[in-house]
Design a protein around this ligand. Structure first.
Ligand code: WAQ
Ligand code: MG
Length: 250
């Protein structure tokens, strides 16, 4: 039996009361690991580089085994770029390759760059027109209820790629769930941690990292999901938020 353990933290009050988003985390774990994982999440929220949280919400609920679905871990590629501007240019070209229109790529990039501060979730944009589709404003759609099938295998797999930090660990699982969603063409992301400049684009064809997508020191990051027009948006958002997904390492 697995439990969804998720955390969101903010500063200056709860998110819904206007607090500033600090950090979040999502895991699916067996009962005997709940306490440890929840404790680690609290510790992270209290000592985050975006600031110390004064609101921490931990939610734990049981996931029905017959609800679980599995998706494959995306393949990983890293592109070294000399600075953020070069990274964003390369990421934009790569997004067009996945089938997102130039207009939508432009709109997605501008939406991330225009953020006054980080949201706790993602913006959903039409992959053709670039228009914002979700009605969630400054909170965004938070992807939840996903984890890796086997921690040991995963650590080994990432180590073989020379990747060991927690950012990649979490982002690759999230991106694998998102890329497998019916109707998602691609994702664009960079971190909101001031010291972490890398970001990625992902699609069913893989996870492509760029060593720099934002300038060092910026606390503003975010995610854009580019959505195929005409799909059932409500079903997609339900999948992103609630479908329990286990990501398998090949
Ligand atoms: N669902 C939707 N959006 C999210 C979620 C989620 N579960 N978690 C974070 N976000 C959004 C939110 O707007 C954050 O401000 C933003 O993404 C960045 O989140 O390969 O660390 O957790 O080296 O800071 C990417 C590169 C790191 C990793 C991404 O994201 C690599 C990262 P962060
Ligand atoms: Mg972060």
């Amino acid at each position: 039996m697995l439990y969804s353990v998720r955390m969101r933290s903010a500063q200056g009050g709860a998110h819904e009361a206007g607090g500033r988003h600090i950090s979040g985390a999502e895991r699916l774990v067996p009962e005997q690991h709940i306490e440890r994982i929840a404790g680690e999440m609290v510790a992270r929220a209290l000592s985050h580089s975006r600031g110390s949280a004064d609101f921490i919400n931990i939610t734990i609920d049981k996931v029905r085994t017959d609800e679980l679905c599995t998706v494959p871990l995306l393949t990983v590629k890293t592109v070294d770029v000399p600075h953020a501007e070069a990274g964003r240019k390369a990421a934009m070209a790569a997004l067009v390759q996945t089938g997102v229109s130039e207009q939508a790529v432009q709109a997605g990039m501008e939406a991330l760059l225009a953020l006054p501060d980080s949201m706790r979730g993602a913006m959903l944009l039409c992959a053709e027109t670039g228009k914002r589709l979700d009605g969630t404003g400054q909170s965004g759609v938070r992807v939840s209820r996903m984890d890796i099938a086997d921690d040991q295998d995963y650590r080994q797999c990432l180590e073989n790629l020379g990747l060991t930090n927690v950012h990649v660990r979490e982002a690759l699982v999230l991106a694998s769930k998102v890329a497998a969603a019916p109707g998602v063409v691609a994702e664009l992301c960079w971190s909101d941690d001031p010291e972490y400049t890398a970001g990625y684009i992902a699609s069913a064809n893989g996870y492509c990292r760029f060593t720099q997508l934002k300038s060092y020191g910026s606390p503003v990051g975010g995610r854009v999901f580019f959505i195929r027009p005409g799909i059932d948006l409500e079903a997609l958002i339900a999948y992103l938020r609630r479908q329990p997904v286990i990501v398998t390492v090949k």
